[in-house]
Design a protein around this ligand. Structure first.
Ligand SMILES: [Zn+2]
Length: 72
């Protein structure tokens, strides 16, 4: 069973370099697409590169009309 309670021993949220475990990244490239943004990041310490994809919530694509906003 998984619990969602935060613990201080949990790994830090956000980006952590899998090689050197640092959290200092610089964005080397940003690709915009429909509904999401893809960022190419490079670790400042070891140069390891990773790609992150962030979904755009709200504002990216208009909500289809006719759907209930609060289904309560
Ligand atoms: Zn690194």
């Amino acid at each position: 069973m998984k619990t969602s309670s935060p613990k201080p021993t949990d790994p830090p949220r956000g980006l952590v370099c899998p090689r050197c475990e640092c959290r200092h990244f610089e964005v080397v490239k940003i690709s915009h697409a429909v509904g999401y943004v893809r960022r190419r990041r490079a670790c400042r310490h070891c140069g390891h590169r990773i790609t992150t994809t962030e979904r755009i919530v709200g504002g990216g694509s208009p909500r289809p009309k006719g759907l209930p906003v609060d289904p309560i």
